[in-house]
Design a binder for this molecule. Structure first.
Ligand code: PLP
Length: 390
């Protein structure tokens, strides 16, 4: 159940602010959407007084409206828009230097795992992956050169829960930078900066965009010093979001709360139904009473989200379900108006050795359902026939 809470800043609730934020209306003309400043450069009327915007990699008014909107929604001081979630995450990691050490959730997004192991490792940045649900193990991973902690909660695809405030407090005590990938929850359901996290990153390709039609990444920082550092890196590295995609993303975000609320209601119904099916060995959803992280999740979030993972027991049965479903897209990605069914073993986690995958609970029978806005009766009937077919 989504519980909209008062945040420390707000005069108004998030549902209102999302519509009347920087992306709500063009301040200059009153236009009901922000104009597309489809320009790469800006005229210097006077060389002594350079214009506010001078080149679109460094800044663009359309992208700025999006960046201000995500900063407001996350309760941070400054937002940044990138060409993809991985561009946002890569840029944030460029705050680190050779010789630094990172502690990272072990079931982090595959692309983040690849960045840390195959690329940053080569540049002398070392990572220890830990089960972040276990605070003692996380603490034990700290080394003299540890600089940062990177978290994902709920994690992908088994929706494990990390205590955000506890990690943030410990990290602050040791001077560590904290980063959190908030893609699965969105600021509608979880605002990590209010729990002490320094940088929130998003694949806005997912719930924020919400329509499977734009690839984008966002980052929000908790303080002005990090804001200046990330601004420098965003401009220096250049992976900024284009003007048209910035506009599309703002358009998608206007319905974020309504979409999340509806999708979550569907997800709860689907998760409950799945727990009653004898052909389903296990269901992973933070809203289920038996979920081990439920109490912590309820403390730090305002809802359970719209991703439900479930294990049908074997790779053969998983393939049958994937072959037989008729409503969801069978695809990589999540967080869209339409339901998307993914097969982690062959899609998001294909690069992971099978033993490692199994150790992390990602069995050959595991499916990940991103619940969309269809009638839930149709989603259930469709899954019922797909499961029966086996
Ligand atoms: C998809 C995803 C990413 C990567 O985002 P892209 O927009 O595909 O680059 C990062 N983190 C999570 C949790 C994701 O689901």
């Amino acid at each position: 159940m989504i519980r909209f809470q008062e945040t420390p800043r707000p005069r108004q609730k998030l549902a209102t602010r999302v519509l009347h934020s920087a992306s709500g209306m063009d301040a200059r003309t009153g236009a009901s959407s922000i104009p597309l400043y489809q320009a790469s450069t800006f005229h210097h009327a006077s060389l002594e007084n350079p214009p506010e915007y001078d080149y679109t990699r460094s800044g663009n008014p359309t992208r700025q409206a999006l960046e201000d909107t995500i900063a407001e929604l996350e309760g941070g001081v400054r937002g940044f828009a990138f060409s993809s979630g991985m561009a946002a995450i890569s840029c944030a990691f460029m705050l680190l230097s050779k010789g630094d050490h990172v502690i990272c959730s072990e079931d982090v997004y595959g692309g983040t795992y690849r960045l840390l192991t195959a690329i940053l490792g080569r540049m002398g940045i070392e990572t220890t992956f830990v089960d972040a649900t276990d605070l003692d193990r996380l603490k034990a991973a700290r080394q003299p050169n540890t600089r940062a902690v990177f978290l994902e909660t709920p994690s992908n695809p088994t929706l494990k829960i990390t205590d955000i405030a506890a990690v943030a407090e410990w990290a602050r005590k040791h001077g560590l930078l904290t980063m959190l990938d908030n893609t699965f929850m969105t600021p509608c359901l979880q605002r990590p900066i209010e729990l002490g996290i320094d940088i929130v990153v998003h694949s806005a390709t997912k719930f924020l965009g919400g329509h499977s039609d734009v690839l984008a990444g966002l980052a929000v920082v908790a303080n002005e010093k990090l804001g200046q550092e990330l601004k420098y890196l965003q401009n220096a590295l250049g992976g900024v979001l284009g003007v048209q995609d910035s506009w599309l993303l703002m358009r998608g975000m206007k319905t974020l709360l309504a979409r999340m609320e509806f999708a979550e209601r569907n997800a709860r119904r689907l998760a409950d139904w799945l727990t009653q099916q004898s052909s389903v060995a296990r269901v992973y959803y933070p809203g289920l009473p038996e979920h081990p992280g439920r109490a912590i999740h309820e403390r730090q979030s305002q809802g359970y989200g719209a991703i439900v993972s479930f294990d049908v027991g074997s790779g053969e049965r998983a393939r049958q379900v994937l072959d037989r479903v008729t409503v969801p897209l069978v695809a990589v990605s999540l967080g869209a108006v339409e339901s998307i069914l993914s097969y982690p073993a062959l899609m998001s986690h294909a690069a992971m050795p099978r033993e490692v995958r199994l150790q992390r609970g990602i069995g050959d029978g595991l499916l990940r359902y991103s619940v969309g806005l269809e009638a839930v009766e149709d989603l259930i009937a469709d899954l019922e026939q797909a499961l029966d077919a086996g």
